[in-house]
Design a protein around this ligand. Structure first.
Ligand code: PMP
Ligand code: GLN
Length: 381
């Protein structure tokens, strides 16, 4: 064997793959990896089928089908007031994951520092490291996980090149407030710092709150790469379709990488989503739809010994289990899967130093009967 010098020596298989495999092995209800257990819209499936039958089965344009880019630009302007040129400022990607990797690759050079907040979605740090960048992470504290902006300020050096934000936030379900936006705006003013804004849960904001997209705020928008995912928005995570929007000067660099990473993505799905997006009801109803699921799941869990943390967005509910066990969250998640039959994600995996606050994350994007069964089992713990 030829020795391989690992580029990511500390990295194993993602927790999502691990827990979903364990759930399958033990026949547990899978509330771990974030995906719905019901089908996406029949109309959308029909649109994909039609696109295939109509012969749209060859390469899409490198940046994405123009009809889709136009719809993305229309939706962004309607929701957040920002005008993006579909020709130069919108790129369709193979899910948000690829958009995130591409965005980081496009701007991070060796020794550039990137500020991010933990717990953090797992694909940011590896991409930063692969580019030779330095992760500067700040730990947020439950239950509110508010960003301590004075501490962020102290992290900024002349090497800080990017801040990564994720609102609504996976795994905590928190959202950025206008106060956060004001603090962020003041912080980056006159600094050469880009923002990577992971907004895959943009439509999953509850209790009458609004989504503070970077696209709403011109001072932030002009330095931001914003990523989104149709997998989340249209209950079709397996289609791996997303996009990035950014000002032309940034998108130009993004596309230099995108064209060699994937060149272009899935043509028939792009045709279908371009058509589906024309009806705004296909996404404007999502907050109510998921808020009902959150409330239903949480009402059930109130009878259990799990304690609910606040959830203002995403389709994840965090709980503590201190009244039940003092096991490590990774051990407890395995125990719950094997013995109780419900799989969850242990939140410590989203910290580089595996900070364990005895918190689990459940995905509630599930059918009512799935939630009923899960609650029934969890109430007996
Ligand atoms: N960012 C966050 C916060 C996520 O939860 C996910 C998972 N959907 C992604 C990015 C990746 O999205 P996609 O499945 O579209 O690659
Ligand atoms: N975003 C999903 C989650 O947080 C998982 C996506 C994946 O498995 N890569 O559960």
């Amino acid at each position: 064997m030829i020795p391989v010098i690992s580029k990511l020596p500390q990295t194993g298989t993602t927790i999502f793959t691990t827990m979903s495999a364990l759930a399958a092995e033990y026949g547990a209800i899978n509330l771990s990896q974030g995906f719905p257990d019901y089908n996406c819209s029949e109309e959308l499936v029909e649109l994909v089928n039609n696109a295939m039958r109509n012969g749209h089965n060859q390469y899409a344009p490198m940046a994405g089908l123009m009809a889709l880019r136009e719809q993305i630009a229309i939706k962004t302007e309607k929701l957040y007031g920002a005008v993006y040129n579909p020709d130069t400022e919108v790129t369709v990607t193979a899910g948000a994951t690829q958009a995130i990797f591409t965005a980081i690759s496009a701007v991070i050079h060796p020794n550039d520092e990137v500020i991010m907040f933990e717990p953090a979605y797992d694909c940011y740090a590896p991409a930063i490291k692969l580019m030779g960048g330095v992760v500067k992470s700040l730990q947020l504290e439950p239950p509110d996980y508010r960003i301590p902006w004075d501490m962020v300020k102290r992290l900024i050096t002349n090497k800080t090149r990017m801040i990564i934000l994720n609102s609504p936030h996976n795994p905590t379900g928190t959202i950025l407030s206008k106060h956060d936006i004001d603090e962020l705006t003041a912080l980056v003013k006159n600094q050469d710092i880009f923002i990577l804004s992971d907004e895959v849960y943009e439509h999953l904001v509850f209790d009458g709150n609004i989504h503070h997209s970077m696209a709403r705020y011109p001072e932030l928008q002009q330095r931001s790469l914003i990523v989104a995912s149709f997998g989340k928005t249209f209950h079709a995570t397996g289609w791996k379709l997303g996009y990035c929007i950014a000002p032309a000067y940034l998108m130009q660099e993004f596309r230099k990488i995108h064209q060699f990473l994937v060149f272009s993505v899935n043509t028939p799905v792009q045709y279908a989503i371009a058509e589906f997006l024309k009806d705004e009801n296909h996404y404007l109803g999502l907050p109510d739809y998921f808020q009902q699921k959150r409330d239903y799941f949480n009402k059930g869990l109130e009878q259990s010994r799990f304690k609910l943390l606040p959830c203002s967005g995403t389709y994840f509910q965090s709980v503590t289990y201190n009244a039940i066990s003092d096991e490590k969250d990774t051990d407890f998640a395995i125990h719950l899967t094997k013995e109780i039959g419900v799989a969850a994600i242990p939140v410590s995996v989203f910290y580089r130093n595996n900070t364990d606050r005895h918190i689990l994350r459940f995905c509630f994007a599930k059918r009512q009967e799935t939630l009923d069964k899960a609650v029934d089992r969890l109430s007996k713990v």
